[in-house]
Design a protein around this ligand. Structure first.
Ligand code: NAD
Length: 255
């Protein structure tokens, strides 16, 4: 379905980004990967699906590096599908929140999507086709304590999604957000490990408690499920899905 298209997925060396990259590659899209994890392993997993894949190591907190990555992407076919996925987390009360962590979360989880989108848009407009998928979170729709920077960035990303979806509403470019609940990736494993240590409980108990607190299904969302939704949003059937913030959260925000 996506043969001949090129997808750029930020933060795709692990977790959700890698899952989405795999799902797009299974549909024939060529991939531009990014992220600080094991790039060789991620590239091998994508190339095994029979598509071309390259990696760019840009730091999503640095606009000049994002510009270099987008110029690199232009040399590799231009970006038809842009998945803004790179993200980090830090948990602290607002009065204790380290200023450098706040700045990094806003830069990586929010501003990077502005930079990639503004630089991808001219080619998408020229081709009159494009897909922008912003990986927000349930925290783009509702809040939790001690996550002020993350909740701010993700609510901002949902707002950004809606605004750019309106700017492109009469074109072949669609812009949507995906809002996962808990997904068991390195980002969440760290929160589970911290919880187990702080509360003196086992990692298994911390995992169950984490789910029970927010996610009524008591099941983690998987990168494969998110990949399936990404493929749908890239399909012609989703031509009129615009500015959506689609939760995949086991019922979290239905409560
Ligand atoms: P992860 O830690 O497995 O992956 C994050 C990716 O981003 C990695 O490839 C990492 O190298 C990359 N990255 C981090 N900082 C970067 C930077 N400065 N520049 C470039 N790349 C950078 O985490 P994940 O859980 O797969 O998270 C992916 C996205 O999904 C994030 O935006 C996160 O907020 C969002 N999300 C995650 C969950 C969850 O439960 N795991 C839930 C909702 C939303």
């Amino acid at each position: 379905m996506l043969k001949g298209k090129t997808a750029l997925v930020t933060g795709s060396t692990s977790g959700i980004g890698l899952g989405i990259a795999q799902a797009l590659a299974q549909q024939g899209a060529h991939l531009i990967l990014n992220g600080f994890g094991d790039a060789a392993s991620a590239l091998a997993q994508i190339q095994a699906l029979g598509v071309k894949a390259v990696h760019h190591p840009a730091d999503m907190s640095k606009p000049s590096e994002i510009e270099a990555m987008m110029a690199f992407a232009q040399q590799h076919g231009g970006v038809d599908i842009l998945v803004n996925n790179a993200g980090i987390q830090h948990v602290a009360l607002v009065e204790d929140f380290p200023v450098d962590k706040w700045d990094a979360i806003i830069a990586i989880n929010l501003s990077s999507a502005f930079h990639t989108t503004r630089l991808a848009m001219p080619t998408m407009r020229q081709r009159n086709w494009g897909r922008v998928l912003n990986i927000a979170s349930t925290h783009g729709l509702v809040a939790s304590p001690q996550k002020s920077a993350y909740v701010t960035a993700k609510h901002g990303l949902v707002g950004f999604t809606k605004s750019v979806a309106l700017e492109t509403a009469t074109t072949g470019i669609t812009v949507n957000a995906i809002c996962p609940g808990w997904v068991l990736t390195p980002l969440v494993q760290k929160q589970i490990d911290d919880r187990a240590r702080n509360e003196g409980i086992s990692v298994e108990k911390a995992k169950t408690d984490l789910l029970a607190e927010k996610q009524p299904s008591l099941q983690f969302t998987t990168p494969e499920e998110l990949g399936g939704l990404a493929v749908f949003l890239c399909s012609p059937q989703a031509n009129n899905v615009r500015g959506a913030a689609w939760n995949v959260d086991g019922g979290w925000v239905a409560q």
